[in-house]
Design a protein around this ligand. Structure first.
Ligand SMILES: [Fe+2]
Length: 261
């Protein structure tokens, strides 16, 4: 009798666990359909006015040359050079130094974003938007082949990343790998393997390099990134730009937005 009760309890616990997992999957699929459908129905346009938005919409990325002057970049790098060096020397695992920035650190950059109408492109593509974060992203020379160094999408639906290249052009630096046009495909994912695709060949992806001051804007819903091997160090300023509408904003995801004040 005792064993029978024990078995029933174990069985119930097992079933409840399965049920919770199933509900989580349904909830996740619902969210994925919702964000992709909303973008497709309300924000995706056939004709964009700005030629850079047109290119972004067609390919999933657009590269703009000479957006930020070198002296503006050098000033920011000078402020963080010691921190980057020290963190690089103490890096045990991984390949990446990430330094979150405040608006005051990058307000000069923002002036050039405004001047070059970068945010107009973001607005035309996403509608109202907000900046989720702004950081220095410094890749060391170390090889890396897991996590975000595998082809993946960022699982937030269509949103944007800005990379401002802060290093000089070097063909041995790790470029942005991007599968052209893949931001237009519907994507559903339950396990990590669904949004990390080791099977996409490097040769199939575009290699987007930058020179100091260039800016790359890309839709993170497209397949991007690839294995990092035999590369030299590279620094970019990275901004994550997300929609801000009734259905999607940083608050709804429990994240706080980059404070521009
Ligand atoms: Fe990513």
């Amino acid at each position: 009798m005792y064993f029978l009760v024990f078995d029933v309890l174990i069985m119930n616990k097992f079933l409840i666990h399965k049920l919770i997992t199933l509900l989580k999957i349904i909830n996740s699929i619902y969210y994925q359909i919702k964000i992709q459908l909303i973008f497709f129905l309300f924000y995706k346009k056939k004709n964009y006015i700005n030629i850079f938005t047109q290119e972004l919409s067609k390919n999933g990325y657009v590269k703009l040359k000479n957006i930020i002057p070198r002296d503006v970049i050098d000033k920011l790098l000078l402020n963080y050079r010691n921190q980057i060096l020290s963190e690089t020397n103490n890096l045990k695992n991984g390949y990446l130094i990430d330094i979150s920035l405040k608006y005051n650190d990058v307000k000069d950059f923002f002036q050039y974003f405004e001047k070059n109408k970068i945010f107009n492109v973001c607005k035309e593509y996403l509608g109202n938007f907000e900046i989720l974060n702004c950081k220095i992203n410094h890749q060391t020379e170390k090889d890396f082949d897991t996590s975000s160094m595998q082809p993946h999408h960022d699982t937030r639906g269509n949103d944007l990343k800005i990379y401002v290249w802060m290093s000089d052009y070097n063909e041995k630096s790790h470029p942005l790998y991007y599968l052209k046009g893949s931001h237009n495909n519907w994507k559903f994912y339950i396990t990590e393997n669904h949004h990390r695709r080791k099977d996409i060949l490097k040769e199939k992806m575009d290699k987007v390099y930058g020179d100091k001051g260039d800016l790359i804007l890309f839709d993170t819903h497209g397949w991007h990134s690839h294995i990092k091997k035999n590369t030299v160090e590279r620094t970019v300023l990275e901004l994550t730009i997300i929609p801000n509408n009734y259905f999607f904003c940083s608050e709804a995801t429990g994240q706080s937005s980059f404070n521009q004040i």
